[in-house]
Design a protein around this ligand. Sequence first.
Ligand SMILES: [Fe+2]
Length: 186
Amino acid sequence: MSLSIPEIVQLLSSRATTWYGQEAVSQLEHALQCAHLAELANEAPETVVAALLHDLGHMLSTERTAVPDHEALPAKDDLHQYVALPFLRSLFPDAVLEPIRLHVDAKRYLCAVDALYWDALSPASKHSLELQGGRFDDAHVHAFEDLPFYAEAVRLRRYDDLAKVPGQPTPALAHYAALMQQVTTA
Ligand SMILES: [Fe+2]
């Protein structure tokens, strides 16, 4: 069970008109904005690729929605952070896979350690936080900080939260396809 880089590019391209949750950007725009923010912050290429692909699980598991449906908040956690991993494991190193795997827990972590973080979450993100288990307690905070790539996951999370700006210019997907070729282990 594996995807090729051209198949990933195809999947991302196909989501140019599919909305990102309850936000006013497409899934492709969200992925490109997230990767661009990581790049602007001088992240390693692996972290930029993780930012690009962090929601690939949504694209593999959810139905397309032609317009944003602000009334329809999800009723359960889709566990999308895990869905893409089997498809990516033979292509990319842990430096790409682990920030993807941890990016939801990173939100639970940030809500525990940063008093302002929860306040700034969008209503949709506050809703999904509860479905994902809510903010971490102290034991979870310390266990999370022991994980490799937790810091990259936390930074990815902050790019994720900002990557929702309608019309924001970014490099084209081809730019990030080249970056995927650069970091692949296949
Ligand atoms: Fe996201």
